[in-house]
Design a binder for this molecule. Structure first.
Ligand code: 8DG
Length: 134
């Protein structure tokens, strides 16, 4: 599985999938493809929408994320100022280096599941979770 180590912004230092904020007029699918291009120089294809994440931070910040997996890509993964590309075995996902909530939905997503989830965070500390597989 091709992931990134994020170099700046929210979650800097963590392993994650490529991702980021929607630009005006953009769909989540278009944004997912653009972010992978910008962050590691690849164009993902055969994307599948698998989940919806809702994060509420104690400082008032909140965000909603749409989760996709991609079955293929074109291009060669490259390091950019935003991210370093990294390959992992499906059974060696580095949950200790990822956002705390990922361990509660990514294993199921990799096994084929769809989900919707709500999490509360104080900084990088998860305070509560509600994960529903649908
Ligand atoms: N897997 C996972 N991803 C998360 C969690 N929390 C969280 O913000 N993210 C993702 C959503 C975004 O892709 C990214 C947050 O980064 P950001 O808001 O600074 O956005 P960015 O710098 O990547 O985007 P941009 O400014 O380039 O558009 O991390 C989480 O708990 N798990």
């Amino acid at each position: 599985m091709l992931l990134i180590r994020k170099k700046r912004g929210l979650g800097a230092g963590k392993i994650n999938g490529p991702g980021g904020k929607l630009e005006p007029g953009e769909t989540p699918l278009q944004s997912a493809i653009r972010e992978a291009q910008e962050e590691i120089g690849v164009t993902p294809s055969q994307l599948e929408e698998r989940g919806l994440l809702h994060f509420q931070f104690t400082d008032g910040y909140s965000l909603q994320c749409t989760v996709f997996i991609a079955r293929a890509f074109t291009g060669e993964p490259i390091e950019t100022p935003e991210a370093t590309p990294m390959w992992f075995d499906i059974d060696g996902v580095p949950y200790d280096d990822m956002w705390e909530d990922d361990q509660y939905w990514l294993p199921q997503v990799l096994a084929g599941a769809h989900f919707i989830a709500w999490f509360e965070f104080d900084g990088e500390k998860m305070l509560s979770k509600d994960v529903r597989f649908v």
